[in-house]
Unconditional design. Sequence first.
Lengths: 271, 264
Amino acid sequence: MSPSPSPGTPAPAGAGLLAARGLAKRYATRAGADVLALSGVDIDVAPDEFVTLVGPSGCGKSTLLKLFGGLIQPSEGTLSFDGRPLERPSRSIGMVFQRPVLLPWRSVLGNILFPVEMLGWRVGDYLEEANRLIALVGLAGFERARPDELSGGMQQRVSICRALVYDPKILLMDEPFAALDAMTREEFGVELLDIWTKRRKTIVFVTHSIPEAVLLADRVVVMTPRPGRIVREIAVRLPRPRSLAMEFTPEFKEHVETIRALIHGGLRGRP
Amino acid sequence: MSLVARMRAALREYAGAALILLGLLVAWQLVCDWAGVPVWLLPSPLRIVAETWKLRAVLPEHILATLWAVLGGFFLALASGVPLAVAVVYSPLLRRVLYPPLLMLQSVPKVAIAPLLLIWVGYGLSSRMIVAATVAFFPILINTATGLEAADAELLDLTRSFDAGRLKVFWKVRLPWALPYLFSSLKVAITLAVIGAVVAEFVGADKGLGYLILTSAGNMQTALMFGALVLLSLLGMLCFYAVVWVEKLLCPWYLPSGEQKQAR
């Protein structure tokens, strides 16, 4: 199909680093019925932007992330990455999941270097980088440990290092802190912002925690379920660098209230 | 833990079981001696040892014959089961073509096809290896196929995001992921290979522990029969623990659930 814009479909040209137009995803359930997981989604992600997707479960935020990752194909609409149609996974797009999904037989270092091996690059060239990341997330001394010797939080740190080591332009993170306890979680958020500032990356981050979404993001994309769609995008007016103390500022509280009203209002507003 | 402490712990752990077993053997001996049980019906343990010892010159030959049949069959099953599992996992067509005849083969008692194999391959070590392999092969195929498909779906998504080739994903993810599954089937397979080897020796052989059992039964040498049985089970145990040892060597990250506690 030619990429020429047809009436009714906005042209993807000139859009952000990641761009979606009229995106919809239908799943067939086992009973044979179609479920509309995502409908009419338009979204642009600018280079170096930190975007969070927030919404209740079933709002299609993970589906949207999988579409961005090229892991699944949309039922309708177009997706582009750097101006080109995104039809398959790209080496420039890294992923972090809710679970660490490490290779149980590999050491911390081996797991972090796993992408380098899979990409067919020279492992030796990335050893230094891997060690720097290990130190950055506070795992120094655990290089030779196997995943089953680590706590859940430590394993998740390894999976974040694994996504960073080959320096993809874009990081797609699907509730990466969901399995962590509240305190570790806040600490991780600040750590992630630190990494993001130092290495200039584009991050799309899925979460169901509204404060987390506000604290991390340049822009919060609020989604509602059945069918999953975007109800509003909110630019976060908080200065950088962010700190946990900002959670007590009026601006922060206002953002949280707005988003909460959108999500719950949206839920109540449905017939 | 020091060596001495470890030995002491092992002693505590196994002393009870060893004592009970020893007690049973003594009881068996005493019943045979005092109740006058005919020796062709139930020989005493000491009698079994004595009768078996008389054959010490030829025993190694019998043991080795069976051992080679077991090992040959086992490795034959391994060398055919794993590639077939790979084929079945990666090709739906091959799965549909291979499974029905393999299932048929599995459903036929191996004793029934052993004579046929002897006609085709001849009386020799190779035919006994093949019979042992046909018995040991199936669990390896099924478990390895299951293991190759068991790799974490999100992990496979991740490898797709690296745009990695299928061969690389196979070597670096799917195959190591399947190793614990493979080894759990190998532990079954090695004991089945012993059964297969003995079946083959029953049908046609001029040496081996199975052959020894068959001939001593024919001559009413019950004590010798018992001796061969004991040697056979020792051989099976030895092979089994060899597999366990290799498993620990190759999959140190994985411990069967029962051993988890002791390892920690």
